[in-house]
Each structure stands twice: as structure tokens, then as C-alpha cells.
Design a binder for this molecule. Structure first.
Ligand code: HEM
Length: 261
């Protein structure tokens, strides 16, 4: 569990960093990453490795939970008062993990099934429910489509929160299983664990929220910095003023030049 958990945390850090690129610039950099991670052999090796890690991690989670319950007999917890130092996440890792897996299923249907899978099937055009047609590496268009719907944003934020709880326990526990935690290091590792989980949560959440705001300008007001329609309107409004300034400048220049001639 510790080894597959470590691989999955590294994937999450990479995936989160990659997704943050989608909110920077015009999105072409993100689409380039999606094309790079499409149906190429190295991306497919990564996908198969990742799927194997998820399966092994999940099977061990059930085996360990079953072993723990068997060791305790029918009494799940002899003392139900929360012990100092025993966090809520540690007692609910299996449930949190199941929520994470269910969210992953929804997520793969939103993205992977429209991207890498379509490339593997040789499809170059994917029709979205809005009627728009996109390519299998048009990551930004697919993110825009998914997060413009409020219920997806709510579901994803719940999913990210479950992932946060799962990781706050999982990351330090991974070090402990590998024998790297002692009385001195355990509190430090718990702190690092909270930090990594929070960075991962915020990185993913910012993408969902930014695309929701951008995709619903009517809800948040439309400003020329993020909304193309408003930028065009502002440019049209500003045109007479700009023309007047240019005309004034031309006249002033003519006056300066005329006496000299
Ligand atoms: C804002 C949040 C997220 C966005 C925008 C996002 C975006 C994407 C995209 C575009 C792909 C398809 C890449 C491709 O097939 O070329 C993908 C695949 C995937 N995502 Fe996410 N993702 C997010 C959050 C997450 C989270 C939280 C997890 C895990 C808990 C996750 C796990 C995966 C996995 C396992 C794949 C398949 C990777 C592969 O094919 O190798 N994603 N995601």
C-alpha cells in the first residue's frame, strides 16, 4: 500500500501541476501537454502503470481493513471517545478511498473517455452535449465544458475534499509503513502531509472554480480582462475617444510642422 500510495501521490502532484497550466495564458500550452500525453506509447505505459497502482492499492485497502476487523473481533472500537492524536481520516480511510474511486470513475468518463480513449479508437472528432465538436487533445475546451456546469463543480469539490482527508492521513502513513517515522519525525511528517494534501486540493480546486467563473459570465459579471464579448464591447466604446486623441495628436503635429515649413 505504501509503495503504490507513493506512486499515486507523485501522479497527483504532476497531474495537479499540469492542470494549473490550463488557467494560465490562452490554453495552448495545456493542449500541447494533452497532445503529448495522448495515445503515445510512453503515455500508455504510464496509464497502464497508474491503473495497476490503483488496483493494487484498492485490493490491499480491503485486505488490511478485513485483517484489522478480524483482529478486533466484533468490537470495532473498545473505546469510542476520540483518542488524542487519532484523526478522523485514519478511521475512515476505506470510505474516503471508495468516494475517491467513485469520483475517479466520473472523472475518467468526463476526460479520459473523451480524450486518450477516443485517440486509441481512431476518432478525431468528439461531439459534446452542447453540440460543439472538439478534438481528443482539446483539453481546455473539454475542461470548459465540464466545469461550466455547476453540479460538476460541486461534485468535483466534494471529491477533492474526500481526497484531501484521504491524503492527510495517507501521506504520513506511507512514511510510517516504510519505517521512516519515529517520535521526533512523526509530527513533522504529519505537517508535511497536511501541506502536500492542501497544495494538491488547492491546485485542483482553482482549476474547477476558475473555469466555472469563466464559463458563467452572466453570474459573475463580465469584465474585459476575462470575457471576449466584453473586451470587444469595451474596444468599440473606446474607439471614438481613441480617434479623438489621434486626431488631436495629428492636428498638434501639423501645427508644429507648419511654422517650420
Ligand atoms: C481540476 C481537476 C482535474 C482536471 C481538469 C483533470 C483533467 C484531466 C484530463 C484532461 C485528463 C485526460 C488526459 C488525457 O487523456 O490526455 C485526465 C485524466 C486523468 N485524471 Fe484528471 N483532472 C483533474 C483531477 C483529477 C484528480 C483529482 C484525479 C485523481 C484523484 C485525477 C486522475 C486522473 C487519471 C487517473 C487520469 C487518467 C490518466 C491517464 O490516462 O494516464 N484527475 N484528467
Amino acid at each position: 500500500m505504501s509503495i503504490t500510495g507513493c506512486a499515486l501521490v507523485l501522479f497527483l502532484l504532476f497531474h495537479m501541476a499540469m492542470n494549473v497550466v490550463a488557467v494560465i495564458g490562452d490554453g495552448s500550452a495545456y493542449d500541447m501537454i494533452c497532445a503529448f500525453l495522448g495515445a503515445n506509447w510512453y503515455a500508455l505505459v504510464g496509464t497502464v502503470g497508474l491503473a495497476a497502482c490503483v488496483v493494487v492499492h484498492f485490493i490491499y485497502a480491503f485486505i488490511l481493513t478485513w485483517q484489522n476487523r478480524k483482529a478486533r473481533g466484533n468490537v470495532r472500537y473498545a473505546v469510542t471517545v476520540t483518542e488524542k492524536g487519532v484523526d478522523w481520516s485514519s478511521k475512515n480511510m476505506l470510505v474516503l478511498g471508495i468516494i475517491v474511486i467513485l469520483g475517479l470513475g466520473l472523472h475518467l468518463s468526463h476526460f479520459w473517455a473523451k480524450m486518450q480513449l477516443q485517440e486509441l479508437m481512431g476518432n478525431h472528432e468528439i461531439a459534446l452535449a452542447t453540440g460543439a465538436v472538439v478534438g481528443p487533445t482539446d483539453g481546455v475546451e473539454i475542461i470548459k465544458y465540464v466545469f461550466s456546469q455547476w453540479y460538476n463543480v460541486v461534485l468535483y469539490l466534494i471529491w477533492f475534499a474526500a481526497l484531501w482527508f484521504h491524503l492527510t492521513h495517507g501521506v504520513w502513513s506511507m512514511f510510517q509503513s516504510a519505517g521512516a517515522a519515529n517520535d521526533k519525525w512523526l509530527p513533522r511528517l504529519k505537517c508535511v502531509s497536511n501541506l502536500i494534501s492542501t497544495v494538491i486540493f488547492l491546485g485542483f480546486a482553482v482549476v474547477a472554480v476558475v473555469f466555472f467563473v469563466k464559463g458563467n459570465p452572466e453570474l459573475f459579471g463580465c469584465c474585459s480582462c476575462c470575457c471576449p464579448e466584453a473586451a470587444v464591447e469595451a474596444a468599440v466604446e473606446a474607439t471614438p475617444a481613441v480617434e479623438a486623441v489621434v486626431e488631436g495628436a495629428v492636428e498638434a503635429a501639423a501645427e508644429v510642422v507648419a511654422p517650420a515649413n
